[in-house]
Each structure stands twice: as C-alpha cells, then as structure tokens.
Write a protein that binds this ligand. Structure first.
Ligand code: FES
Length: 155
C-alpha cells in the first residue's frame, strides 16, 4: 500500500468513526436534555409551603384566603409567592411571584394592587407594572383549589 492510499484510508476511517458522535450531538434529544438541565431563575423552590403534591405546593386554605384577602409564603422564602382572588372574577385565583422585578424586595398586597416597600413600584392584580421603577411584571404561577387547600404550581 502506498503512503497516499494509506492516508486516504485512514481519513475515511476517521470520518466514519466520528459520524455516530456527530449525529448524536445534533439530534433533538440532546437539545432537550440541555434545556431541561437549566432551571428557570425564578422557579420557586422550597418557597415555604407546608406540603407538596406533585408540582404543586399548598400555600394555605380557602378560609385563610377569604379572611386575609391574600395568601403568601414567608417573606424570607427564597422565591416568595402570593395568591389573591381575581378582583375581576372572585371564583378565579391569581398566583404571582412576590419578588419585585426591580431589585428583588418582597411586594405586599394592598387591597387592589401590589406595592413594593423598597422603591415604590406598584403592580396590578395580574402582576402588570402600574408604577416603576420596576419595568417587568411579576412572574405568574398556576393556582388551584383542592378540597380546602389552595395549591400553587412550583414549576
Ligand atoms: Fe421593588 Fe425597587 S425593589 S421597587
């Protein structure tokens, strides 16, 4: 075998050997694995709920919501959550991150809006910005009623 033939043979062999790796690297499965590996930055984990049920955690009871007008995880929670009854439809719930999008202080529900104690931002019941300096809405979560408990999605 001549040197040139040998080098061509080695080159074809190297390409053939690396083809499965290249195909696997470009397959949709590898993209999905990469996407699921990164947790969203505002994903509420261990936000102070008492119990977990699947992807939902208990944040309080319907009686507490009716009495207080809102339900909230402790302010010290890494990702505080607040739940209110939708003012436009009291049968529906609204669950939001209570972490102000300006600098991360915990907002408080005040009858008809969320107010931030740090720099005065205000958010509507749906989490939309009413007054700055915050310029991004509060993150929304899914809430549901199961029996007497109010559960919030933590994913
Ligand atoms: Fe809420 Fe600045 S942290 S307005």
């Amino acid at each position: 075998m001549k040197r040139r033939d040998f080098m061509n043979w080695i080159g074809v062999g190297a390409i053939a050997a690396s083809l499965p790796v290249a195909i696997a690297a470009c397959s949709p499965d590898s993209e999905t694995a990469d996407e699921t590996a990164a947790a969203p930055p505002d994903a509420p984990d261990a936000a102070g709920g008492d119990t977990a049920a699947g992807d939902f955690m208990a944040i309080g009871t319907t009686a507490e919501l009716e009495q207080q007008g809102y339900l909230a995880t402790p302010d010290s929670a890494e990702n505080p959550i607040v739940v209110i009854a939708d003012p436009a439809n009291p049968e529906a719930l609204i669950a939001l991150s209570a972490k102000c999008t300006h600098a991360g202080c915990t907002v408080a529900w005040q009858e008809d809006l969320f107010a931030c104690p740090c720099h005065g931002s205000k958010f509507g019941p749906d989490g939309s910005v009413v007054d700055g300096p915050a310029d991004e809405p509060l993150a929304q979560y899914i809430a549901k009623v199961e029996g007497d408990s109010i559960l919030v999605s933590t994913t």
